[in-house]
Design a protein. Structure first.
Length: 195
């Protein structure tokens, strides 16, 4: 029974590798695509005039996006990112105050793609992030995390083509300021489907 099960796993791995090697011949070089990824956000919060006692600046994040490849090397993309929650404890007038917030962004970017092998390509993007941080205002206006901000964003990554339509992706993206006091980076992995 174990040998039969192992042989099925090995056949599956061989089929997967075979699809990846042949993917470039039939991979989509133009047209629309949709993708989704999960990852880890690292926030950077700056609260001038107050002393930070402790902070939790790492959160689970999710991204949904779509785009259009204009050719093998260039395209356009737009997406929505939910960065998760940021929490910190700050000292205000001798007492400790808890502050929490959540971040999100809509973005639009130009994309670039450079094939390395038949199945692997390096990717990049640069564009505009429309960020927003929501939460409770517990600090003076000059130190609040909440607000919205438009910023330059960029990203680098890699993709692994499993089939002509399906690719696995890994990305690092910097979204700049989401508000006057909060910035966010995203490290994620996901899947993209080309039509």
């Amino acid at each position: 029974m174990n040998r039969l099960h192992l042989s099925h796993v090995l056949l599956g791995i061989v089929a997967l590798c075979s699809n990846a090697v042949n993917a470039a011949e039939g991979s989509r070089t133009e047209g629309p695509y949709l993708g989704a990824s999960l990852g880890r956000t690292s926030f950077s919060a700056r609260t001038p005039g107050v002393s930070t006692v402790s902070s939790d600046e790492v959160a689970l994040a999710g991204k949904l996006y779509g785009g259009w490849r204009l050719g093998e090397h260039v395209g356009i993309e737009a997406g929505y990112v939910r960065f998760g929650s940021l929490a910190e404890s700050v000292a205000v007038d001798g007492s400790t105050v808890e502050q929490g917030a959540t971040g999100r962004s809509l973005y639009a970017a130009l994309t670039g793609r450079m094939p390395v092998t038949q199945a692997v390509a390096l990717t990049g993007k640069a564009g505009i992030s429309f960020g927003k941080v929501s939460g409770t205002d517990v600090l003076p206006a000059s130190a609040q995390l909440v607000g919205s901000r438009r910023s330059f964003m960029y990203g680098v990554g890699a993709e692994y083509q499993l089939s002509p339509q399906v690719a696995l992706t890994a990305d690092f993206e910097h979204f700049g300021k989401l508000s006057e006091r909060a910035r966010a980076n995203l490290l994620s992995a996901g899947v993209r489907y080309s039509f």
